[in-house]
Design a protein around this ligand. Structure first.
Ligand SMILES: C[S@@+](CC[C@H](N)C(=O)[O-])C[C@H]1O[C@@H](n2cnc3c(N)ncnc32)[C@H](O)[C@@H]1O
Length: 276
């Protein structure tokens, strides 16, 4: 990358509490948005934009928007969904029903246009476990346009390429060149506008928390550590944290977390005296 852009990107990441390494392969998307902004503000270069932000700190909100990566798709990283279906969910449901619990609560943060929370709803709706417990999914994102798309629940074929065939038949209806998620599936999911840096939702403790390709890719390590403390407080003692297959938890936190059947699946280590 040209050094002027790299310097700007590193500076922008530091100002926003982000990690430049997370953006190396996707910076094209960020750069496109910044070019558009330069044109709107009649500025010539990233260095001019930096000076503009330093003189007008409210512009940092727009810079944060430029640094938001929004890529998602249904059943992203299929092996993770297979492990959830075959290993994690059956055991979790069995232990929760043994304790007399009636609802499985999940939180998908950074839910984009709903692909991730709807994937969980589809897995649940199409499998045998749904008669054992009710499922409630809270899905949060900072971008209102993505949440509007999530509420419309209509998608192009490209975002469905990892959907298993039986689920495709059962959970989507085709309308012109779009695929619509059926209401029997959307009813499990509640969407909410929320910035993960503000606070965790009050609906917890959650049995499943999905945090994929957001905090553990793009946030700086100090923020990751702080966030993980909050996640630990929002996670049920039997609960699972689901991250991206290419992500890992910050090294210092690993004493408190143990990996499950795949690198993307984590549980809190029990302390002495914790209830089983
Ligand atoms: C790369 S997408 C990942 C989507 C999904 N989790 C997945 O893995 O397919 C990251 C999402 O996080 C959202 N996001 C970015 N910054 C956020 C913030 N501060 N609070 C909440 N969501 C945020 C973006 O709008 C985007 O939808």
């Amino acid at each position: 990358m040209n050094p002027e852009w790299e310097e700007f990107a590193c500076w922008g990441c530091r100002r926003l509490g982000l990690r430049w390494e997370g953006f190396r392969h996707v910076f094209g998307q960020v750069r496109k948005r910044i070019y558009r902004r330069l044109r709107q503000l009649d500025l010539a270069s990233p260095a001019d934009y930096r000076r503009f932000i330093e003189n007008n700190p409210w512009e940092l909100d727009h810079l944060a928007f430029c640094f938001r990566i929004t890529i998602s798709r249904f059943f992203r990283e299929r092996p993770v969904w297979e492990a959830l279906e075959k290993v994690v969910l059956p055991e979790l449901v069995q232990r929760l029903t043994a304790r007399g619990e009636r609802t499985l609560r999940a939180w998908s943060l950074g839910c984009a246009s709903g692909e991730e929370p709807y994937s969980l709803a589809m897995l649940w709706h199409s499998g045998p476990l749904r008669s054992a417990l009710a499922l409630r999914i809270l899905a949060t994102d900072v971008d209102p346009r993505l949440l509007e798309r999530a509420a419309r629940a209509r998608y192009p074929q490209g975002s469905l390429r990892e959907v298993p065939d039986p689920i495709l038949q059962r959970c989507f209806s085709k309308q012109a060149d779009q695929f619509r998620v059926r209401p029997a599936v959307t009813r499990y999911v509640q969407f909410r506008l929320q910035n993960w840096r503000d606070h965790s939702p009050e609906e917890g403790p959650f049995h499943l928390i999905f945090c994929r390709y957001l905090v553990f890719t793009y946030a700086d390590i100090a923020l990751q550590e702080q966030f993980l403390e909050e996640v630990a407080a929002s996670l049920h003692p039997l609960g699972w944290l689901v991250v991206g297959q290419k992500e890992t938890l910050p090294a210092r936190a690993l004493v408190q977390w143990k990996q499950g059947p795949l690198p993307a699946l984590w549980q809190r280590r029990r302390k002495e005296g914790d209830q089983p």
